[in-house]
Design a protein around this ligand. Structure first.
Ligand SMILES: [Zn+2]
Length: 206
């Protein structure tokens, strides 16, 4: 079992990573257990640099969010869920999944680190949430994983943001700019892979 000082050092390391990704003081406090005053002293030496404004509340936000934000939320949570299943701790998973999301999606990123924290909290029933209100479903039509409210009565793929993106993609320059085709080498050859397939489940899964 790690000693108290080792736990504190680990909390500081995690807090540093969160701050570098744009987390606000309260988010770092929830994730690491460090007191807000200590978080501020350690990571926000410039008071002007402290992120301000209302913290995200994803309960209502997700359903009113535009298509790109819902797709990006689903991409983040899909990466988060997969890493979490491999046994990583929640804090490490959040940080790695957020970096993974930033690598997959184009700037500007619609999902802030605080938003990602809020989504993960309400999907796992941890940190901010006592119970889960979001679930991750696999779309039967396009094979992607997407975020949805637990107990949603709509048919599974009716809420899939990727099905909607795919159907609008050819005629919507905004979507094309947000999710440009990527060239990924497969077996030594360049193959064009659509970024919306990034969340598709492996053929062997489920
Ligand atoms: Zn779909």
């Amino acid at each position: 079992m790690p000693s108290r000082s080792e736990r504190h050092l680990n909390a500081v390391k995690v807090g540093q990573d969160c701050a570098a990704l744009g987390a606000r003081v309260k988010t770092i406090h929830h994730i690491t257990g460090l007191q807000p005053r200590e978080v501020q002293r350690l990571f926000f030496t410039d008071p002007q640099a402290i992120p301000r404004g209302r913290p995200p509340n994803s309960l209502e936000w997700y359903h009113a969010a535009n298509l790109i934000a819902r797709a990006e939320s689903s991409i983040f949570i899909s990466i988060y869920r997969r890493l979490r299943r491999t046994g990583f701790g929640a804090a490490e998973t959040l940080i790695s999944a957020y970096r993974g999301y930033q690598a997959v999606c184009q700037c500007p990123h619609r999902i802030s680190f605080d938003r990602a924290f809020d989504l993960a909290s309400h999907t796992d029933g941890i940190w901010l949430a006592r119970t889960a209100i979001f679930d991750v479903l696999g779309c039967q039509a396009c094979g992607s994983e997407f975020l949805t409210a637990i107990g949603s009565l709509a048919p599974a793929n009716a809420e899939c943001p990727f099905c909607k993106l795919i159907s609008r993609y050819e005629t919507d320059p905004r979507l094309q700019a947000s999710f440009p085709p990527r060239h990924l080498p497969i077996c030594g050859e360049a193959a064009e892979v659509h970024p919306l397939r990034a969340t598709a489940r492996p053929a062997t899964a489920g």
